[in-house]
Design a protein. Structure first.
Length: 338
């Protein structure tokens, strides 16, 4: 059974031969592991079961002094956060799309790397990722405070903006699914805070959900799986997300969700990816704590519906020995052969 087959089993909520995994690391954490293993090919070295096939973020133009412009024209300051950064130049100074032009969603910069990515990890489950897929793309273009005010003061503009972003993503998804052997599409879009939704449930259901339904339907109608990512306390949305077409939810944060209760509660309806604490256990726990939590999550995933991972990309403050602890426990699972 290939890694691709194992992931398909867990998405069908069938018991797998072992619990699959896919880890993420920030640049600082990744460097620690690369130095330890004397290799930059961590995905293959750690036997990731997902291959992220595509580059929908496109190429960022280096403007100097840790400032970068993305394909949507937004400028990011990465002087502190080297992985994502902070928006310093939104493109929509007023609540209007007049004069703004989206990039070409089918441009080669988004897709040219896919064949090499698939060839590099041919036995993995293939995911086409779209980060900043709706709400996040809206606030990067408009500015967070402006968009929050627009929900109340300019609702027509917000609907127009979100609809245009969803149309863009749908075109990109259709292109990926038509031209490449992709198994699922991953939509990244943070809605949560440590407690509750950033915009509240009423606004989420009114503005965000209708566009999600359109995007997810594009994937499901092609017979593929929908993966989503949203940080924060968003489990109040799980029933709606299942109805909207989601197959797998990430990052599954134990600091704001009852991981042990949610996996069995949604078995057969929603799979999860994540769950290993990046706010408490990984940075502050002992190696014994990390090993125990990893084993507990593996046990919870025995019946399917779960992909093991830290609850977010592992940060640079996590000790190397703690990273090695969850990696070793994962790869030591009975049934897995490297």
């Amino acid at each position: 059974m290939t890694k691709r087959d194992v992931v398909r089993r867990i998405l069908a909520h069938q018991p797998p031969p072992y619990v699959p995994w896919a880890f993420g690391f920030t640049l600082e954490a990744k460097l620690k592991l690369e130095q330890h293993y004397h290799s930059t090919d961590l995905d293959r070295l750690l036997h990731s079961h997902l291959v992220w096939a595509g580059n929908p973020a496109g190429s960022f133009v280096d403007l100097g002094r840790d400032h970068f412009r993305d394909p949507f024209g937004v400028v990011w300051d990465r002087s502190v956060d080297k992985d994502i950064g902070q928006v310093v130049d939104p493109q929509l100074s007023s609540p209007s799309l007049a004069g703004y032009k989206f990039p070409d969603p089918t441009a080669g910069i988004f897709f040219d790397e896919i064949p090499a990515m698939l060839a590099h990890q041919p036995d993995c489950y293939r995911v086409f990722p779209i980060g900043f897929s709706l709400y996040e793309r809206a606030w990067t273009l408009r500015g967070m405070e402006n968009l929050m005010m627009d929900f109340i003061e300019n609702p027509g503009f917000v609907r127009e903006l979100l609809h245009a972003i969803a149309d863009y993503n749908i075109t990109q998804v259709r292109h990926a699914l038509t031209h490449y052997d992709i198994d699922g599409v991953y939509f990244g879009d943070d809605w949560g805070q440590q407690h509750g939704l950033q915009m509240g449930p009423d606004l989420w259901h009114e503005f965000i959900e209708p566009e999600l339904v359109r995007m997810y339907a594009t994937v499901r109608s092609a017979g593929k799986h929908v993966f989503i990512h949203s940080c924060g306390d968003v489990d109040e949305l799980f029933d709606s997300l299942v109805a909207d077409g989601v197959n797998c939810f990430n990052p599954f944060q134990p600091e704001v969700m009852d991981v042990a209760a949610l996996i069995p509660r949604y078995h057969g309806r929603l799979a999860f990816h994540g769950g290993l604490s990046t706010q408490r256990t990984l940075p502050y726990g002992t190696t014994a704590d990390v090993r125990a939590e990893t084993r507990r999550l593996i046990e919870l995933g025995r019946n399917g519906g779960y992909i093991l991972a830290p609850a977010h990309a592992v940060e640079g403050d996590v000790p190397l020995e703690n990273m090695l602890a969850f990696i070793d426990e994962t790869l030591a699972q009975p049934g897995f052969k490297a």
